[in-house]
Every structure is written in C-alpha cells, then in structure tokens.
Design a protein around this ligand. Structure first.
Ligand SMILES: NC(=O)c1ccc[n+]([C@@H]2O[C@H](COP(=O)([O-])OP(=O)(O)OC[C@H]3O[C@@H](n4cnc5c(N)ncnc54)[C@H](O)[C@@H]3O)[C@@H](O)[C@H]2O)c1
Length: 323
C-alpha cells in the first residue's frame, strides 16, 4: 500500500523554528509524523514555513528527501502555531530548539511544564547545557532530557541522549526508539557530562590541531587534510576503538603492540589540557583561510559541505542496506 500523509499516530511539537527546529521538522515529517512548529517570533514562523517547503522540494529534486512520502505530502504534515499550548496539545513528544541560553531554556521549559500532559516527553536540542540545569523543580522533570543533534541533523544522524539524574529510564528508552524509528542514530550517556560525547572527542581533535599549528609543524590546510583525506574517511564507517580492533589481531593485540608507542607519542608531543583557542592563533589560521575560504564565501562553502554530507549520507544508507 502506498504511504499516505498522516499515517503515523501521534503528533510531535517543535519549539523554536530556526536551523535546528526546521531540520527536526523535516526528519519527523519524513517519517510520517504530524508536526506542529511554534516560535515566539511570528515572522520567523512564516519564514520557516517557506524555507521548509523550498528545502523539501529541493531535496526531492536532488534525491535527498527522506522517507516514502513526497515533499508535498510531508509538507502537508507540518503546521505552525503561534501559541505554545496549542503547539504542545495532543503531542506525545516535544523537541525544544530555542537559542542556547540557560535563562531562556529555564523559561521555556517552565512554560512547557505548565501545559504538558503527564506522559508527554520533552527533549532539548541543547548543545552544551545539561537538562538538570534547566528542569530542576519542574513537575514533569522525570520526562525531560537532552536530545542533542549534530548540524545538519538531516544528513548527520547522531543524536546524543543525555538524561538528568531524575529522568525516567523508560523515557530515555522511548526517545532512543523514536530516534531509531525516524532514521537518526542515537547514543545514550548514562549520566550527565559536560560536552556530552561528541564535543569531548571533537575538542581532543581540535586541541592537537591547535598545538601542531602553534608549533609551526604544518599548515592549517595540511592539518585539516589529515582528517578529511585521512582519519575522517575511516571514521565515517568505523570509530577509533574499532579501528584499534581491526588494525591488529583484536584490540588487546593492538594494545600489546602499540600502546607503549602511543603513550610515548603523547608524552613527547602532547601539551597539557585545557587548551585555550586563542585569538592570535585563530587570526593566523584565518589569514591562511582567507586565500581559499574568505569570509564572504562561507555560505557557498557551507552549501558545498552540505551537498557532500548529503551524498555521503546517501552512500552510507545504500551500503548499510547491503549489509
Ligand atoms: N546550530 C547548530 O549547529 C546546532 C547543532 C546542534 C544543536 N544546536 C542547539 O539547538 C538549539 C537551537 O539552535 P538553532 O541553531 O536552531 O538556533 P536558531 O537561532 O537558528 O533558532 C532559534 C529559534 O528559537 C526561536 N525562539 C527564541 N525564543 C523563543 C521562545 N521563547 N519560544 C520559542 N521560540 C523561541 C527564535 O525565534 C529562533 O527561530 C540550541 O540549543 C543549539 O545549541 C544547534
């Protein structure tokens, strides 16, 4: 039977219609859910609706549209509301996407708490703030957690689920299942940790890039090439731990063979943490980037990046289908 719009039971609320709110809207509509989007700024809500329509149509033309519904069918699942309580009404899941500001998150979560139903799950897209910082004292706090996407979530599926100490385990399990169902790739942290998992790994990579650049060892372009034409190709399919496992006769053998060497490299070359990403070094890197990616070409380069991420995401899906 052909898929028809609205074939999923249940409605999802998106609070905040900026970059991330729009991505979540497309992800949930792509999976067949009815989506209602709220924004405090009515003009932004109108802009978001136009942008969603244009983006979905473009993705349909490019072959990047997710799910089995057409762009028009997916768009018919998305509605907007200028009232937070209307937006949340009858929703089983809320994805908050307002700017990363602690006081604002506290305010918005308190407002949502006041109108939430007993079993409604409320997740924040927060990149850095932990749920315990803005849900303490709320009546539905056991239904609240962080579900952190990675930009652009439509093409990078990882979602970090980070429960507060009071988040119900059953809620985490349900959000993980929902994320899998809509085609994202969730990971679950067992407790709150600043930076979650992705940024801790990302900052470790930036730290070494920064230190090597500062020491004059190689150019910014060559440092980045280590990732996009080296490690990154591998990491698009297997992570650092599986790399260890495959690069020897299992990870224990890897450690027998290489742990001492790796330890010595670190002892010899690593600088103490934390590393401050200082303006003086940043200016030197920017001078180098001015030759290839000047500031007025950033938007163009972002589109170039997103197109490649879209193609890689398509390739990964094809290869995973072949498993
Ligand atoms: N942009 C990224 O790369 C990225 C990646 C992962 C997670 N995040 C997180 O997602 C969240 C949203 O980020 P974004 O980049 O979409 O921000 P954005 O600035 O693009 O959009 C935020 C939207 O929230 C709206 N808003 C402001 N106050 C509001 C309120 N009280 N109620 C409802 N809407 C309100 C704004 O009008 C705006 O449309 C942040 O917590 C951010 O850290 C962002």
């Amino acid at each position: 039977m052909a898929a028809t719009p609205g074939n999923k039971l249940g409605k999802i609320a998106i609070v905040g219609s900026g970059l991330i709110g729009q991505n979540w809207s497309m992800i949930f509509a792509g999976a067949g859910y009815n989506v209602t989007v709220f924004d405090v700024d009515p003009d932004q809500l109108t802009r978001a609706q136009t942008s969603l329509k244009n983006t979905m149509e473009q993705y349909e033309r490019d072959g990047y549209l997710r799910g089995k519904l057409t762009a028009a069918q997916q768009m018919s699942l998305v509605s907007t509301s200028s009232s937070l309580s209307e937006c949340l009404k009858d929703s089983f899941y809320v994805q908050e996407c307002v700017p990363e500001n602690l006081e604002l998150k506290k305010k918005v979560f308190a407002e949502m708490d006041a109108v939430a139903s007993e079993d409604m799950i409320l997740a924040s897209s927060s990149s850095c703030l932990c749920a315990s910082m803005f849900t303490d004292g709320l009546s539905h706090k056991s239904n609240m957690l962080v579900a952190h996407p990675i930009n652009p979530p439509y093409f990078i599926p990882l979602v970090e689920l980070v429960p507060a100490p009071w988040t119900n385990q059953d809620v985490v399990t349900k959000v993980r299942a929902l994320m899998e169902e809509v085609g994202q790739s969730p990971i679950t942290l067992r407790r709150e940790s600043l930076g979650f998992a992705l940024n801790r790994i990302q900052y470790a990579a930036i730290n070494e890039s920064w230190n090597m650049y500062q020491s004059g060892l190689l150019s910014a372009e060559d440092i980045d090439r280590v990732c996009h034409n080296g490690l990154g190709l591998r990491y698009a399919f297997i992570g650092p731990l599986e790399t260890m496992h495959l690069n020897a006769n299992g990870i224990t053998d890897y450690c027998d063979r290489y742990a001492e060497g790796a330890y010595n490299v670190q002892k010899e070359t690593f600088k103490p943490v934390p590393v401050m990403y200082d303006v003086a070094t940043a200016q030197k890197v920017q001078e180098e980037f001015n030759q290839t990616i000047p500031l007025d070409k950033l938007a163009e380069r972002r589109s170039w990046r997103d197109k490649r991420l879209a193609e890689l995401s398509k390739l990964k899906k094809t290869l995973d289908g072949e498993k």
